[in-house]
Design a protein around this ligand. Sequence first.
Ligand code: HEC
Length: 240
Amino acid sequence: MIEANLTNLSQPVRLLFTGFLLVTLMGLYMAGFQIMETHGKADGQPGLSVNDIVYSYYGNRSGSKLESMLNGQMEPMAPDEVRFKLIQWAREGGSIKDWLPEIKPIMEQYCVSCHAEGASIPNFNQFENLQKVAQVDEGASIASLTRVSHIHLFGISFIFLFVGWIFGMANFPERWKIILIATPFVFLLLDVLSWWLTKYFPVFAWLTMLGGVGSSLASMIMIVTSLGQMWMWEFVEKRD
Ligand code: HEC
């Protein structure tokens, strides 16, 4: 029996593999676009950088938006002691307990002349709107990390399984085959692990970059090689 090989597949199987690999290749590009669209804009600059990853997973913990606005654009809107009081309140968590006795009167006196209902800026007559800007951005929540992690691990391992399986039938040096088939799985694990590490230690953001680049690169090589062998061989042989 001839061993299954990408150059001697029956036509239906070859089409099946080709369809799967082409769609997967497109999925990889889409995943790249999606990362640029979501994480890429996290730091306000176009393009994906380590900072984007830090903001997405670790957050921007230097302070709340309320605090940075009160020290910046909104500084002239209230006297210092009022601003300090608001900043203090935000740093202590922005609880509703102080809203009625202390915070709401400040809003009414200094802020809601502009921050009113119907304006394009947040309406500070409502506690929820002020609370939102008083919160420190802690990045990805545990709930969202758990959700995205398990979807990635289950879903992507299947993609790598089939891509690797098909590539396993290619004419390619055995040693490189082993490396290329193992690499995406290793980088997938590193990638997911790095999200959790970055959530707590922003220095690990570079590992996220490495994980994504590593697994896409290895899959790309496997996909292109497999497609090439399934279709190029045909032409080469027919020409001879
Ligand atoms: C004279 C009108 C005016 C007053 C008074 C005013 N603001 Fe603003 N505020 C604005 C405008 C306009 C923006 C939008 C600025 C921008 O996006 O560049 C803004 C934005 C903000 C933001 C950012 C909101 C977001 O989600 O982007 C915060 C926080 C804020 N103001 C807090 C305050 C506080 C607290 C007070 C009262 C001490 C106050 N502002 C008083 C006009 C005002």
